[in-house]
Each structure stands twice: as C-alpha cells, then as structure tokens.
Design a protein around this ligand. Structure first.
Ligand code: SAH
Length: 207
C-alpha cells in the first residue's frame, strides 16, 4: 500500500491535478493487472510486459490520458486495446459504461476475469478488431485508443458523438509517436491538439 501512495505522490508532482483521476488510480490495485513475476514492480512508474508480447501502460501515461478525456460520470467510453484491463478499470470508476476491445483472446479472457473479481460490472468486453470500433454501441462520448495508429482512425472518428473527445497515439514509428486529443464539435468539425510524446505498441489492423 505504501508503494501505491508513493506512486500517487509521484503522479501529483509530475503535474496530474485531476483528483478524480488520482483517486481512481489509488483505488485500482495495479498488482492484479501485472504478471506475477512483476508484482514487486506494480507501482513503479513504468510500462511492464504482459502476455502476447504486449505491455501495460506506464501509470503517468494512464493518468494523463484519462485526465485528457475530461470524463463525467454519465459518459460512455470506448477503449481500443484492453491489454491487461488496467486502463479500463480506471475508466470504469469515472464513467457510466466502458466498452473495451482486445484482439488477443488470452488477454481478453484474463482482463474479463479481473473485472469480475473487482466487481466492475460497468465494463463490456469484446474480442476482435478494435480498428473497426463497436458499431452497435456507437456513438461514444469518449474514445481512447491505447495502441499507436499511423493515422487518425476514420472509423473511430465516425463513432465519436458530436461534442465528443478522442485520445489517440499517432505516429509511423515508435520514436515519433505523439498523443493527440481530438474534439468533435456539435456540427461535426474536428480540432486536433498535440498533448505529449508517447510510446505504444502498434494498433494491428486485421484484414
Ligand atoms: N490499455 C492496456 C494497454 C494496451 S497495450 C492496459 O491498460 O493494460 C495495447 C493493446 O492493444 C494490446 O493488448 C494489443 O493486443 C491491443 N491491440 C492492438 N491492435 C488491436 C486491434 N486492432 N484491436 C484490438 N486490440 C488491439
């Protein structure tokens, strides 16, 4: 528990000010989302390997991305790239419902089990290609993509509600990825803002 508090203090000093986001991180046991071999490092501010050659994101990045979404409790959020399920678990504490898609069955099943254990009943999971979005449940007030795309995904932009916000890492190579915040206004106009440099595993498009 002491290490979890240390992490929260580190997030604060690195400029994360949103107290709802900090509380959601404080109440989410990251050790449940990492491989057993990394339990001792669960509260280090680093990305860690998970199954299928993927990674659980660095807590600072999770905090910034969550804050960038500007969530309110009534919102429905779509996440692409469930991975360990950690980011989804945090979103679930701040939004009405989280829809999350993962293409690796092994990760999808493990994440679902964690959500059950944590009684996070407002998370809906799907195993499949997130690049196609979740048409039946669209539009979403918020969309978060946790794998890097070459371009802003047009399909996801279509599934973003008017007045909505999407946070997505974009970049051709790992070295030049930037996190973008995209706002769609009520008339459907798009405005893009650069937030920070990031490093994500690629979004794989199943043909
Ligand atoms: N949000 C995760 C970390 C994501 S790592 C967490 O909190 O742990 C990126 C994830 O995106 C990986 O698990 C990868 O398998 C998944 N991914 C990549 N391309 C995808 C696609 N097209 N559809 C769904 N998931 C995808």
């Amino acid at each position: 528990m002491a290490s979890r508090i240390r992490l929260i203090m580190k997030l604060r000093t690195s400029g994360v000010q949103n107290t709802d986001v900090l509380a959601a991180i404080e109440h989410t046991p990251r050790e449940w989302f990492v491989e057993e071999a990394f339990t001792d490092h669960a509260y280090d501010d680093t990305a860690l390997p998970i199954a299928a050659g993927q990674t659980i994101s660095q807590p600072t990045v999770v905090a910034w991305m969550t804050a960038a979404l500007e969530l309110t409790p009534a919102m429905r959020v779509l996440e692409i790239g469930t991975g360990s399920g950690y980011q989804a678990a945090i979103l679930a504490r701040l939004a009405r419902r989280v829809y999350t898609i993962e293409r690796h069955r092994e990760l999808f099943l493990a994440a679902q089990e964690r959500f059950n254990r944590l009684k996070l009943t407002n998370i809906v999971t799907k195993c499949g290609d997130g690049a196609k979005g979740w048409k039946e449940a669209a539009p979403f007030e918020r969309i978060i993509v946790t794998a890097a795309t070459k371009e802003i995904p047009a399909v996801l932009l279509e599934q973003l509600a008017p007045g909505g916000v999407m946070v997505v890492p974009v970049g051709g190579s790992v070295a030049d990825q930037i996190l973008l915040r995209i706002r769609k206004d009520e008339s459907g106009n798009i405005a893009t803002q650069h937030l920070m440099n990031v490093r994500f595993v690629p979004l794989v498009e199943d043909k």
